[in-house]
Structures are given as C-alpha cells and as structure tokens.
Design a protein around this ligand. Structure first.
Ligand code: CP3
Length: 375
C-alpha cells in the first residue's frame, strides 16, 4: 500500500483545503517550535533521508559512498528532497552527518563497510587535543554551507530547513573512541582520570559547534537541532559535568537571528528523561525526547516555556498501519491540548522500515491532530 492508496478520495479533497497552496509557506513546524497555534501537528522524522528509501540507495550508489554523497552539495540536496517528494513532511533536514566537524578538525572520517563511522586519527593524548582548532566554516566545511544554501533555494519556501550538529559530548565520544562503542571505556576512563583534559577537548568542540550552527543559520537553516545521542550513557553526575554544561553553553551563546528570521534551537537527547527540567531551563526553544517518557510527563517536567519534539518509539514503524495509527494517536493524546508539539520519532528511523509505513504515520498525525479554525 502506498501513501496515496491508503487514503480515500474524500480525505484527499479535505487535505487539499488544509495544505498550503503552491508557493505559500508551510510554517507549521516553526510555529509549533514557537508555541504558536497550528492547523495540525507538524511532523518530520529523524534520519528521514536515508537507507529505508530506495531512491536514497540509488543516489548513494551513484555517489559511490556515504561521504561522497554528503560532501557533494548537489547530491546532498537531492537526497534531502527525496522524503519530501514522497510524504507530506513539515520540515526538511540538511543531509549531512554530525561527524563532519571532527573530520574537518583533521581526524580523518571514514566508513568501514558494515562497521559504521571511524576516525583514522582519534584523540588519544593531550598533544592531540592541543592540535585541535575550530575549522573554517567556509573552508573545510564549505561543502556543508553550500548544501544548506542550495537546499534552501531548492525548497523555495515549501517547508523550513533544519540545520544540525552533534553535541560536544557525543562528538567527543566518537573522537576519543575512534568510532562507535559499546561501553565508551576510553572516554569514561578519561572523565574519571583526567577530567581537565576532557574539559579542554569539550571546550574546543563547543566553540566549533557554535560556529558550525551559526554558519548554517547564516547560510539559510531556519531551525537548529543538537543531537546528544550518547548523553544517556553517563551517570547523572557525569552527565551534568560533561554533557549538560556544554549544551547550556550552546543554548546561551548561539545567536538565533532577529525577528521573523529567528532560528529556534532544539536540544535532542537520547536518555535525557532525568534532565528535562534542566534542559528546558537552558534557554533552548525546544527539547527533543526519546520514547521512554510520556509527553504529558515530559511537558510537566519542562514547563510551559519550551516546545517539545517527539516521541514515537521508532520500532512502531515495523508494526501494521492500524498499530501505527493507534500509537500516533497515543503520542498526540499524551501531549494533550495546547501548542508547542512537533511530532517525531524518539530516535532515527531504521534502514529496513517499509517506506509506506512512514506515509501512514505522516498522514495519521496530520489527520488526527487537525484543529478546525486554526491556520
Ligand atoms: O536526519 C536526517 O535525515 C539527516 C541526516 C543525518 C545523518 N546522520 C545521515 C546519515 C543526521 C541528522 C545524522 C546524525 C548522526 N550521525 C548522529 C546523531 C543522530 C542519531 O542518530 O542519534 C550520529 C550518532 C551519527 C554518526 C553516524 N553516521 C552513524 C552512527 C551512522 C550509521 C552507520 C551505519 O552504517 O549504520 C552514520 C552514517 C549515516 N549518517 C547514514 C545516514 C543516512 C547512513 C550511511 C549510509 O548511507 O550507509
């Protein structure tokens, strides 16, 4: 069943009245982040441009590799647009990776087939940290800014464009471990044994992250998300010292722009449930949560001052369309009435999900959350 076949003709004509007309802006996503009223709850999906889409796999094959794709602005733009051409998503996200920053810092990113990301020159000593500096955003990272500019032009106002970065802690995990890790032994040993060295590393990464997000905004990104994928592996004491502190610095220091061009900052963290009130108090405009908390509770912990993004369990997409609709309804209901909800998965979509199920989810979220009279 495709996205189109799953809906009746009546639903289509109803949709047509809700959908922005050609050329008009769909700004539901930005309105929700600003906690303004919307006609229905906006949705985008973490990793929406990726391997679950056959057209992505085809473009990646043409590029030769994932990095070949990410470093080519035309191809990065092409794959950014692919999920939008299939589904009524309310935002586009720059096609890139969080590891572009350490790569530009000289660590030599590569992908070993079937093994995930790796660095040729991981950070292993104080001298390695001394050598690190903030990369030139229009130099080593120009390909990212060129992609942002091209995607923004190509979108032509269709939906807003999200820029992103990894969090300092999450980037440090990859930089020190040299790739993915099961137990984060090296970086945690460093946190316990040489906290000053780890802080020196996190400080230079934080400066790079702020410059990177700022450059993406200036190139055209309309919202900025920080992915703290690995904050949840820390004890509360270590989380506050090595992850939260730097997220707070980013929220405080990152320029957002002026007036209508203000780009909200979203702090997403896997396993951030114990720290929601602190994240909400950081000054970020929104907090992204995983699926291990109900949104009514997340809302209580965050208070009324931030928007919330989330939080369907990504594995729900393996279930039947009926189950997907039911679980989407549950997430919407948990958030409850009021403004400030951006629907998303609680983490990235898996590569073996049936794309038709994404269509079911996107349409269900819009239909079930429709608020007559708004927008
Ligand atoms: O959301 C989007 O559609 C934008 C694109 C995006 C990618 N990576 C593309 C990508 C984003 C936002 C990221 C962020 C990212 N990258 C994170 C944080 C988000 C999260 O999931 O918590 C992390 C930890 C990374 C590091 C990274 N890059 C990993 C772990 C992998 C997967 C390796 C594998 O083989 O499974 C990548 C590669 C990557 N980044 C892919 C995509 C689509 C798959 C590469 C491929 O085509 O084979």
């Amino acid at each position: 069943m495709t996205n189109t076949e799953s809906r009746t003709a009546a639903e289509h004509s109803h949709d047509a009245t809700q959908r922005p007309t050609a050329g008009a802006k769909n700004d539901r996503y930005l309105r929700a982040l600003r906690r303004q009223p919307v006609d229905c709850t906006p949705i985008w999906i973490m990793r929406q441009a990726g391997r679950y889409l056959p057209e992505y796999r085809a473009t990646r094959a043409r590029a030769g590799s994932f990095l070949g794709l990410a470093k080519n602005p035309e191809l990065a733009c092409e794959v950014t647009m692919q999920p939008l051409d299939r589904f009524e998503l309310d935002a586009a996200i720059l096609f890139s990776d969080i590891l572009t920053v350490p790569d530009a810092m000289g660590l030599g990113l590569y992908f070993a087939e079937g093994e995930g990301p790796k660095f040729e020159r991981p950070v292993r000593s104080a001298a390695d940290i001394d050598r690190l500096g903030v990369p030139d955003m229009e130099g080593e990272l120009r390909y990212v800014m060129d992609a942002v500019r091209l995607i923004r032009r190509t979108l032509d106002g269709r939906v807003p464009l999200i820029g992103f970065s990894g969090s300092p802690w999450t980037l440090a995990c990859y930089m020190i471990e040299g790739g993915g890790s099961d137990n984060f032994a090296r970086i945690k040993a460093m946190a316990y044994e040489q906290p000053d060295q780890l802080h020196r590393l996190l400080e230079v990464i934080t400066r790079a992250v702020i410059a990177y997000l700022d450059a993406q905004r200036l190139a055209g990104a309309q919202a900025l998300q920080v992915f703290d994928t690995w904050g949840g592996v820390l004890s509360p004491t270590l989380y506050r010292e090595f992850s939260l502190r730097y997220l707070q610095q980013i929220a405080a220091a990152l320029p957002r722009g002026k007036g209508d061009d203000q780009a909200p900052l979203v702090l997403f963290g896997k396993g951030n449930r114990p720290y929601l009130s602190e994240l909400a108090a950081s000054g970020a405009e929104a907090v992204g949560v995983d699926w291990t908390i109900d949104l009514d509770e997340a809302r209580r912990r965050c208070g009324p001052g931030v928007a919330l993004q989330g939080n369907l369990d990504p594995t729900v997409l393996y279930a039947s369309p009926a189950a997907i609709e039911r679980e989407a309804a549950r997430v919407l209901e948990a958030f409850g009435p009021g403004d400030g909800h951006v629907f998303n998965l609680g983490h990235g979509i898996s590569p073996d999900v049936d794309p038709a199920h994404v269509g079911v989810l996107v349409d269900a979220v819009h239909r079930l959350s429709r608020r007559p009279g708004n927008g």
